[in-house]
Design a protein around this ligand. Structure first.
Ligand code: ATP
Ligand code: MG
Length: 255
């Protein structure tokens, strides 16, 4: 997957992003860069601001930053709506998929496609290891949590996004199926997408080109995915005040 080509401007640039929710500061100066055809993993403890960052990048209602900028293909998109960002090629696979109950799976997968394409829908299902019999199933409680999660990823793949934001794509997915999800991400990248991969799992982070650690709404470290995830595993812990502290001492940077 893509290593940094410094001649090319990044696909996404997040500059000093600050966001409040109900008067509380959640994002407190996020800086992040994603290059074309790059997988950038974001790690962080529960409540560190990962989903909030995903919603803010997607432009969800109520997630308007009060400071900072989001540049996509060098254009300032900070003020654009979710649908405008969708049209530019940004899409989000939600941590908790729960939208559009009652549609057929085929219709659900076609929602974000510029032109509905049955072949692409079939390919998207196959890419998440669901067979064709799922096409006519209804998106509702009859699908298992893992199947819903797979559909969410299939919908993102079907759209051919430029930037796919995947919020915990591995949650609810068993360890044996992680390889399917990793293969899907690789396929998206081969087709030209960049991926912001929000995940807790170290196995998953190994497919990233670069990783960042988010702590209390700030990116505190960015670099080699192995090093960042080891730092995360060794040095992050919630303290008594629910704050994140770095113990640091036992951690050997050469690990
Ligand atoms: N509407 C809101 N009002 C107040 N606080 C909020 C609101 N939405 C989120 N938060 C807080 O913002 C913090 C970050 O939440 P967020 O969902 O982004 O965390 P996360 O890193 O995705 O966590 P997880 O790993 O559990 O998914 C949390 O402490 C959460 O309680
Ligand atoms: Mg979250």
């Amino acid at each position: 997957m893509g290593s940094r080509n410094t001649d090319e401007p990044p696909l996404l640039q997040v500059i000093d992003l600050h966001l409040k929710r109900e008067g509380r500061s959640i994002l407190q100066g996020v800086n992040l860069t994603i290059d074309r055809q790059q997988v950038h993993a974001v790690l962080g403890l529960n409540g560190s601001g990962k989903s909030t960052l995903a919603y803010t990048l997607m432009g969800c209602t109520g997630y308007i930053p009060h400071r900072g900028r989001i540049l996509f293909e060098e254009r300032d998109i900070t003020g654009l709506s979710i649908s405008e960002r969708g049209r530019l090629g940004i899409t989000l696979a939600w941590q908790e998929p729960a939208r559009f109950e009652g549609l057929s799976v085929a219709r659900y997968l076609s929602l974000g496609m510029k032109e509905p394409d049955l072949e692409r829908i079939r390919a998207a299902l196959a890419a998440v290891a669901l067979d064709e019999s799922y096409m006519d199933r209804v998106v509702d409680g009859s699908l298992s949590g893992g199947e819903r999660k797979r559909l969410e990823l299939a919908a993102v793949y079907a759209m051919r996004p430029k930037l796919a934001i995947l919020d915990e794509p591995d949650s609810g997915i068993d360890i044996l199926s992680l390889g399917d999800i990793a293969a899907l991400i690789q396929r998206m990248v081969e087709e030209g997408a960049s991926v912001l991969l929000i995940s807790h799992r170290e196995e998953f982070v190994t497919i990233a080109d670069v990783a960042s650690l988010i702590c209390e709404g700030q990116i505190v470290r960015t670099g080699d995915p192995g090093k960042v995830s080891r730092h995360y595993a060794h040095c992050c812990r919630p303290c008594d005040h629910h704050e994140i502290v770095e113990t640091g001492k036992e951690y050997d940077e050469r690990l």
